[in-house]
Design a protein around this ligand. Structure first.
Ligand SMILES: [Mn+2]
Length: 258
């Protein structure tokens, strides 16, 4: 296979929201793995890899197929990393191991080819959405997670479906700016981590490259887009720095995989 990337290229993706209900999207992801990752040093998945994760014991066949595909990527030399999103924060060591992947905490400081980056899912930057942040605090607590994972799989699936429906309902009723990051939270994070740096995150589904003035210097905030069946987004990190890339598929000839 022809290598599609120069050595030491890193790829970052987020918000794929893969699920058994979206087989075309899953095929797009496999196509991405086959066409974009060969020759790259690492693939970082910055949260919301799947639309809902209720525990590593979930035996949905799609998840095993996704793990096998990622494992093949890692075995041919591309390291695979996960950062949790708000849909897959329960993704654990067992599933990560099945993917040949490593789970990382956010925010992740990364220096690559002389450039400094800060990677995170992005939900913690949406500080105007106080109802969501309260929910996040609850479900990220070890006690809540222990109790939740002790429930039978069907109950966990029902909870996830209800939470998803409620979140969609709440989101549609919230003003647009509440659903985006708050500039104060971005600046506070940059202050905390030191500048200059490039912040890269997903979550808001608003792909863009923003210039941010911080302490008299310009930093960048790159937002990954969410994945659609015919359009996907990734960030490439190489010697030149970070580039936000959009790619589209006309037709993916990978029928009957799922
Ligand atoms: Mn998210």
């Amino acid at each position: 296979m022809t290598l599609s990337c120069p050595p030491n290229t890193l790829l970052l993706i987020a918000d794929l929201h893969l699920s058994p209900q979206r087989p075309g999207l899953c095929r797009a992801f496999l196509h991405f793995l086959d066409s974009k990752t060969p020759g790259t040093q690492a693939l970082y998945i910055l949260g919301d890899f799947v639309d809902a994760w209720v525990g590593d014991d979930d035996d949905t066949p799609l998840y095993a197929a996704l793990a096998a595909a990622l494992k093949a990527v890692s075995e041919r030399g591309t390291a695979v990393y996960f950062i949790h999103g708000n849909r897959d924060f329960l993704l654990g060591q067992r599933y990560a191991a099945a993917c040949g992947a490593t789970l990382l905490d956010e925010p992740l400081r990364l220096t690559h080819a002389g450039h400094r980056y800060l990677l995170l899912h992005g939900d913690v930057l949406c500080t105007r959405d106080t109802a969501y942040l309260a929910f996040r605090n609850q479900v990220r607590s070890p006690a809540w997670q222990r109790d939740f994972l002790a429930q039978p799989l069907p109950e966990r699936r029902a909870f996830a479906a209800a939470a998803r429906a409620q979140s969609e309902n709440m989101s549609s009723n919230k003003p647009q700016d509440i659903m985006d990051v708050s500039p104060e939270a971005v600046l506070a994070l940059m202050q905390q981590e030191g500048s200059p740096t490039t912040l890269i995150h997903g979550h808001t589904h608003r792909p863009a490259v923003h210039e941010v003035e911080h302490n008299g210097t310009m930093a960048r905030r790159i937002v990954l887009g969410d994945w659609r069946e015919h359009e996907a987004w990734y960030v490439r990190l190489d010697a030149a720095g970070a580039t936000l890339e959009r790619f589209s598929y006309d037709r993916i000839n990978m029928n009957n995989i799922f």
